[in-house]
Design a protein around this ligand. Structure first.
Ligand code: KG4
Ligand code: ZN
Length: 338
């Protein structure tokens, strides 16, 4: 089975072709980051317009690279939500129409389902069931994954997502948007122990999290002072450490609670090397194994959507002719035919 996957939920136009026997055949991506950088964040209207410009050429390019004419495509998968509604509508309308024109099934995918299945693109792939830590720019959730379409949210951030906190703190440090990866790079030369940042909600039981206070802690540390590069690196280090230790402790608790032997980390912040290293410690201590996609499949991409589409079509899931995009959509509400 060969599926084309289309992702346009935010500021990346991404297309990929996945084959159930051969794996990923091609994946192409256009990032809009430089376009949005001048505004310090994603401008939804500009994002939608750029998806319209990029999508068709990207689909043609991907089909060329995968040596896959349309008669070899068995289905069209696309991100149906959650995300920016205008951006989503470009991908949904395009993908649904493409499926209609080609006479193939269309498969709507929950963006976060794409993220949490992304480790299945790797040779070292987890089997179901597993515990997943989803850490992206828009979401931070611990998910009990029983199988395809069987997702139970165990805990989540009550305010900012981890990636959002990284981006906001990066902005305070004068780094360009989105600053998560650059903050992580800056933190490498930071000295431990210079600033004491809180570990939000670790004093409470449960698996919910909160990250907005860390941005405030960074603001307080930076306020009213002329900072040199070492000061900024020290703040970055303290901030990253606080986020990572909080996520690691919540994962430790969730592994104990669920008894899972597999821990998956996915989403943009999952590319963070310090987080991966700490989660590897946590998993080892719990007798579990850690799985993660390579960095390019942690952030938004079409490969995860094509893969999720392939698994869903194999399981008999496809959508009708309605063109439905959902800006808000709980992962826990996704069923196998959802
Ligand atoms: O999953 P993603 O591409 O988009 C969403 O669905 O939100 O995640 C993007 C987020 C951004 O907040 C970005 O700053 C963050 O992931 N990010 C990182 C790193 N690489 C990307 N955060 C921390 N460390 C990194 N190495
Ligand atoms: Zn994402």
């Amino acid at each position: 089975m060969r599926i084309i996957g289309i992702e346009t939920s935010c500021d990346e136009t991404a297309v990929a072709i996945y084959d159930s026997a051969l794996g990923l055949l091609a994946h192409c991506l256009h990032s809009q980051i430089t376009m949005h950088q001048a505004y310090g964040g994603v401008v939804p209207e500009l994002a939608s317009r750029d998806h319209i410009r990029r999508l068709l050429p990207l689909v043609m390019q991907t089909m060329g690279e995968a040596d896959t004419p349309r008669d070899l495509v068995d289905g069209v998968a696309y991100t149906a939500g959650p995300g920016l509604i205008g951006a989503l509508l470009v991908g949904v309308g395009f993908a649904r129409s493409l499926a209609y024109a080609w006479g193939k099934p269309a498969i709507g995918i929950h963006h976060l389902e794409g993220h949490l299945l992304a480790p299945l693109l790797e040779a070292h792939a987890p089997e179901f069931p597993f515990l997943a830590l989803l850490v992206s720019g828009g979401h931070t959730q611990l998910v009990d994954v029983g199988g395809l379409g069987r997702y139970r949210i165990l805990g989540e951030s009550l305010d900012d997502a981890a990636g959002e906190a990284f981006d906001k703190t990066a902005k305070l440090l004068g780094l360009p948007y989105p600053g998560g990866a650059e903050l992580a790079a800056l933190a490498q030369s930071g000295r431990p122990g210079r600033y004491a940042f809180p570990r939000p909600m670790l004093d409470r039981p449960g698996l919910d999290m909160s990250f907005s206070g860390l941005k405030t802690a960074a603001l307080v540390a930076l306020r009213g002072r002329t900072l040199n590069d070492q000061d900024r690196a020290d703040v970055a280090h303290a901030f990253q450490d606080a986020v990572v230790e909080t996520l690691a402790e919540k994962c430790r608790r969730a592994l104990r609670l669920t008894g899972h032997r597999r821990l998956v980390v996915a989403g943009g912040v999952g590319a963070n090397r310090h987080l991966r290293a700490r989660l590897a410690d946590i998993a080892r201590d719990a007798g579990a194994e850690l799985y993660f996609p390579r960095a390019q499949y942690c952030t938004d991409n079409g490969a995860m959507i094509a893969l999720a589409g392939c698994l869903r079509l194999q399981a008999g899931s496809q959508v009708g002719f309605e063109i439905a995009a959902r800006a808000k959509w709980e992962l826990g509400d996704v069923g196998i035919h959802g």
